[in-house]
Design a protein around this ligand. Structure first.
Ligand code: SAM
Ligand code: DTB
Ligand code: SF4
Length: 339
């Protein structure tokens, strides 16, 4: 696999953010069309397989045991319920099923149990993704052997701002888990959140970290903070909608072959704003009424929106000009040359 050859500097990424909105979106759309069918979107459905009671202190998260958000700690969901939910997601049109657990890091028996879920979900003909927190040596391989396609582990924000959001695990811990996932031959799903109180430079810092992973992630979820009562960020200022679109556009330009996912926060976005996100290069979204514990738009509404936009749904393999598994390879030089 070819590595990213020209790293992005934070200053170069800040310069993208500073472009006039129309110039930035136009450029993102050009990059998008070089690598993807611009009228297709991939749908992933989330399921919280282990909810609440998490020992971490992520300031945005309704599942942290440190905050009183009304989310009760539950046990790992029985496997048959998980498989039934995956079947419903497939029937509704999702192509990937993402299972999330509110753990700091899974114990060996928990990886065994999730591995069984992954095998059963994979057998339904869905792509599989899990997000279980930090992984130790060998756990990523075990999940891959069970049939896992993607591991989601977000960097969330820039290294400089990170300490104001999470104190119970370090940025390096996250990078270490991402390296284990990559080394095991899994595809990497890694992105972040806007609306944490970060500056534009800190947004650029997050994008630089993601784009300079070598290779960069195959999937890049861009979340807009879901403000949940009881979390320290419940009263944060909302992000200017155009700044959210800018974040999508900059992710698209810097990671041309990645699936850029319009993630948490669609519930607060109207149809016009979401269509701007597609124009800026988003080609994936979370689909289904629930994210992990918070709300997402109705599936029926999403299907109607895609129909109004003349957009098709597709798997990642069909969507890309080449497989997105080639992220970081080949003609990224075209984008790099335009730094
Ligand atoms: N516990 C695991 C971990 O943190 O690695 C997996 C689940 S965790 C909920 C996955 C991601 O969801 C977080 O990294 C964060 O980016 C996103 N997330 C959590 N709460 C959010 C919120 N209130 N708004 C937007 N995104 C959120
Ligand atoms: C990601 O980047 N966003 C998803 C998924 N990966 C696991 C989670 C969003 C969570 C939003 C708040 C909640 O419902 O808990
Ligand atoms: Fe726990 Fe993940 Fe929520 Fe952080 S984001 S508190 S690790 S569930």
């Amino acid at each position: 696999m070819r590595r990213n050859e020209t790293p992005w500097t934070v200053a170069q990424i800040e310069a993208l953010f500073a472009l006039p909105f129309n110039d930035l979106v136009f450029r993102a759309q050009q990059v998008h069309r070089e690598h993807f069918d611009a009228n297709a979107v991939q749908l992933s459905t989330l399921l919280s397989i282990k909810t609440g009671g998490c020992p971490e202190d992520c300031a945005y998260c309704p599942q942290s045991a440190k905050y009183d958000t009304g989310v009760e700690a539950e046990k790992l969901m029985p496997i048959d319920e998980v498989v039934a939910a995956a079947q419903r997601a497939k029937d509704a049109g999702a192509t990937r099923f993402c299972m999330g657990a509110a753990w700091r890091s899974p114990k060996p028996h928990q990886v065994d149990a999730v591995g069984e879920m992954v095998s059963r979900v994979k057998a339904l003909g869905l792509e599989t993704c899990v997000t279980l927190g930090m992984l130790r040596d060998g756990q990523a391989q075990q999940l891959r052997d069970a049939g896992l396609d993607y591991y989601n582990h977000n960097l969330d924000t820039s290294p400089e701002f990170y300490g104001q959001i999470i104190t119970t695990r370090t940025y390096q811990d996250r990078l270490d888990t991402l390296a284990r996932v990559r080394d095991a031959g899994l595809k990497v799903c890694c992105g972040g959140i806007v609306g944490l109180g970060e500056t534009r430079r800190e947004r650029a810092g997050l994008i630089a970290q993601l784009a300079n992973l070598s290779p960069y992630p195959e999937s890049v979820p861009i979340n807009n903070l879901m403000k949940v009562e009881g979390t320290p960020l419940e009263n944060n200022e909302s992000v200017d909608p155009f700044d959210f679109v800018r974040m999508i556009a900059v992710a698209r330009i810097t990671m041309p072959r990645a699936m850029v996912r319009l993630s948490a926060g669609r519930e607060m976005m109207d149809d016009a704003l979401q269509s701007l996100c597609f124009l800026a290069g988003a080609n994936s979204m979370f689909y289904g009424e629930k994210l992990l514990v918070t709300q997402n738009p109705q599936a029926e509404h999403d299907r109607a929106l895609l129909a109004r936009l003349g957009m098709r749904t597709s798997t990642e393999e069909k969507l890309g000009v080449e497989s997105a598994g080639a992220a970081g390879e080949g003609d990224d030089a075209g984008a790099c040359a335009a730094h």
